[in-house]
Design a protein around this ligand. Structure first.
Ligand code: OSB
Ligand code: MG
Length: 369
C-alpha cells in the first residue's frame, strides 16, 4: 500500500453524563480522528484516545496533534507499507507518545483490512464473533446513586460491573454494593490513587470476592504492586503501568499482577496489543480490553481486538448509546444481553457517519505524503 494523505480532525462530543475517576471528570470528550488514504482512494480510520489534560497519562490531545504533525506523519512520507506491523518499526525512533502512534497505526490497520476485503478482527487473527462486555461506572455523589446505576446496567445484561474507587470511596462503598448484589461479577479500579502504606485498607477489600483490583498504585509502578500482590488474595490487574510488551513481561516476571487490561492507545497500537495478548496467553494470564470513553472508531477497534482468544474476561467496551446521543459510526455499537456481535464487513466493520463527524468537528487539516 502506498499512503497518499492523512487528515486529522479535532472533534468534541458531549457525553450523556460526566465520568468521574480518582483523577478527575470528563464531560465534553475531545479527541482527534485520523483518516489515512492510499493511492486508490481507500480510507482507513483511527481515533486518538488522549484526553485534553495529562491526568490519565502524560499525553494530551495537543501533544498528539504535535507528534503526528511534526514527527509521525513526516516519517510516513514516501513509505510503501506491506503490513500494518511495519508502522511500529517506522515509528520506533520516536520515544513513547503511544497514543499518537496508535491512532495512526489503527487507521492503517483499518485501511489494510479494507484493501484485503476482510474484517479487521480477522486480519488481527481474532476468533470470536460474539464478545462479552462489562461496564465501567464512575464515582457518584452518593452510594444510593451508584446502586441505582449498577441495577440499571445489571438489568441491561452487562456481564461485569466495574466501579471506580479512591481513598474515602472504597471499602464502605464496595460493602454496600455487595449487600445489594451478592452475586454479580464485580471489580474496582483505583486509577493509581493508593500508595504502599495503604495496604491495610486495600486488604479489607479481600472479603468481597472482587474479580480484581485495577491499578491501585502509582501509574508507573510495577515494583510496589508486586509487594502488595503477595499480601492480597484479590488479583491485581494493571492498566496505567503497562505501556509495552516489555513492561508486561517484566510485570509478570515480578508478580506485579495476575491480569492485564490492554488499551490499544496506551501500548502504542494493535500490533503491540497483539504481542502482549500472545505473551499473556503463553503464560496463562487472562487479559481484557480497557476503554477510554471512545467514540465509534476507537470503540470499533476495541471490538476487533477483543475477538482474540485470550480476551477471556469481559472488557469495558459498553454500547455507544451509553455515552453518546449520536455516535460517528453507523450502525453504532450495540450491546444485547451483555454481548456485542462482531461486524463482518471489511475493515473496522462500521461506516463513518461523515455528517456526524462534520457536526462535531472543531478543526481539520490534511497532510499529503
Ligand atoms: O482506567 O479504565 C480506566 C475512563 C477514562 C480513563 C481511564 C479509565 C476509564 C474507564 C472507562 O474506566 C472505560 C470506558 O467506559 O471507556
Ligand atoms: Mg483503569
Amino acid at each position: 500500500m502506498k499512503l497518499k494523505e492523512i487528515t486529522l480532525r479535532h472533534l468534541q462530543m458531549k457525553m450523556k453524563f460526566p465520568f468521574t475517576t480518582s483523577f478527575g471528570t470528563v464531560q465534553d470528550k475531545e479527541f482527534i480522528l485520523i483518516e489515512v488514504k492510499d493511492e486508490e482512494g481507500t480510507s482507513g480510520w483511527g481515533e486518538s484516545v488522549a484526553f485534553v489534560s495529562p491526568s490519565y497519562n502524560e499525553e494530551t490531545l495537543k501533544t498528539n496533534w504535535h507528534m503526528m504533525e511534526d514527527f509521525l506523519i513526516p516519517l510516513l512520507t514516501g513509505q510503501t507499507i506491506s503490513h500494518p506491523d511495519d508502522i511500529s518499526a517506522i515509528f520506533e525512533p520516536i520515544r513513547k507518545n503511544n497514543m499518537a502512534k496508535s491512532a495512526i497505526e489503527g487507521a492503517v490497520w483499518d485501511l489494510y483490512a479494507k484493501r484485503k476485503g476482510m474484517p479487521l478482527y480477522e486480519a488481527l487473527g481474532g476468533e470470536n464473533t460474539t464478545i462479552d462486555v462489562g461496564i465501567s461506572i464512575g464515582i457518584q455523589k452518593t452510594v444510593d446513586d451508584l446502586l441505582t446505576i449498577i441495577k440499571q446496567h445489571v438489568d441491561e445484561g452487562y456481564k461485569r460491573i466495574k466501579v471506580k474507587i479512591k481513598p474515602g470511596w472504597d471499602v464502605d462503598v464496595i460493602r454496600e454494593i455487595r449487600r445489594s448484589f451478592p452475586d454479580i461479577q464485580l471489580m474496582a479500579d483505583a486509577n493509581s490513587a493508593y500508595r504502599l502504606e495503604d495496604l491495610p485498607q486495600l486488604k479489607k477489600l479481600d472479603e468481597f470476592q472482587l474479580l480484581m483490583i485495577e491499578q491501585p498504585l502509582a501509574s508507573d509502578d510495577i515494583v510496589d504492586h508486586a509487594v502488595i500482590q503477595k499480601e492480597l488474595t484479590t488479583p491485581i490487574c494493571l492498566d496505567e503501568s503497562i505501556h509495552s510488551y516489555e513492561d508486561a513481561r517484566k510485570a509478570l516476571q515480578l508478580g506485579s499482577c495476575q491480569i492485564i487490561n490492554i488499551k490499544i492507545g496506551r501500548v502504542g497500537g494493535l500490533t503491540e496489543s497483539k504481542r502482549i495478548h500472545d505473551l499473556c496467553k503463553e503464560q496463562g494470564v487472562p487479559v481484557w480490553c480497557g476503554g477510554m470513553l471512545e467514540a465509534g472508531v476507537g470503540r470499533a477497534h476495541n471490538v476487533a481486538l477483543t475477538t482474540l482468544s485470550n480476551f477471556t474476561l469481559p472488557g469495558d467496551t459498553a454500547a455507544s448509546s451509553r455515552y453518546w446521543e449520536q455516535d460517528i459510526i453507523t450502525p453504532e455499537v450495540i450491546v444485547k444481553d451483555g454481548a456485542i456481535q462482531v461486524p463482518q464487513k471489511p475493515g473496522i466493520g462500521y461506516d463513518i457517519d461523515l455528517e456526524a463527524v462534520k457536526k462535531f468537528m472543531l478543526k481539520e487539516k490534511t497532510y499529503s505524503l
